[in-house]
Design a protein around this ligand. Sequence first.
Ligand SMILES: Cc1cc2nc3c(=O)[nH]c(=O)nc-3n(C[C@H](O)[C@H](O)[C@H](O)COP(=O)(O)OP(=O)(O)OC[C@H]3O[C@@H](n4cnc5c(N)ncnc54)[C@H](O)[C@@H]3O)c2cc1C
Length: 204
Amino acid sequence: MSIFLVDLREAIGNGLTVQPIANMVNHETNELFFDNLELPLDSLIGEEGKGFRYILDGLNAERTLIAAECIGDGRWFIEKASAYARDRVVFGRPIGQNQGVQFPIAEAHVEVEAADLMRWRACDEYDSGENAGASANMAKYLAAKASWEAANACLQTHGGFGFACEYDVERKFRETRLYQVAPISTNLILSYVAEHLLELPRSF
Ligand SMILES: Cc1cc2nc3c(=O)[nH]c(=O)nc-3n(C[C@H](O)[C@H](O)[C@H](O)COP(=O)(O)OP(=O)(O)OC[C@H]3O[C@@H](n4cnc5c(N)ncnc54)[C@H](O)[C@@H]3O)c2cc1C
């Protein structure tokens, strides 16, 4: 496999077709169809045949970056949920005084902060040129899970207003759900851990 830099202004209509995919998150997503696309020789990136290595190296950085994004999402949900739980009064007291409301938010906070530690481990390994594959995958797994749990706690804390667009919770809820699937799905991370860290037989 080799990778190329493609000038979209020249390629679209000359071998490349771009088909937008309408989707549930605020994310520009397209299907690309390549059909006899011709490229100039100097569009090759690096050395021929080494494309997969280059992509793999970038994937660890991407997973760490997505972990950071999820941690940001998680903190946003936790702050938003805590603020609402302090202010919203039902039956004469703030809803946040009830452990049934507090505990899911507190649990999400614990998990987001734990994911953050793994995120920094992945950053340190990547920056020092070590193989960051295990930490990057685990950071992405933990952060995606933590942000999704924080999203659930936040939506639940807001009750009916969790569904109202003006609070932004429903929008962020949809957005953070993406990270269970992309850029690598949770199952495929578990599969990586099983095979590469625990030396279990490859499952596919
Ligand atoms: C909004 C959005 C933006 C995206 N942006 C990009 C982008 O910029 N660049 C890019 O390259 N891709 C992008 N993607 C694609 C994304 O990386 C893939 O959708 C994702 O990796 C899952 O692959 P798939 O859709 O082919 O699912 P599939 O491989 O078809 O998997 C479907 C389901 O089956 C499970 N599954 C599959 N195989 C196994 C197995 N062996 N064991 C257990 N479970 C399995 C998966 O976990 C998943 O839940 C984007 C996707 C979305 C939704």
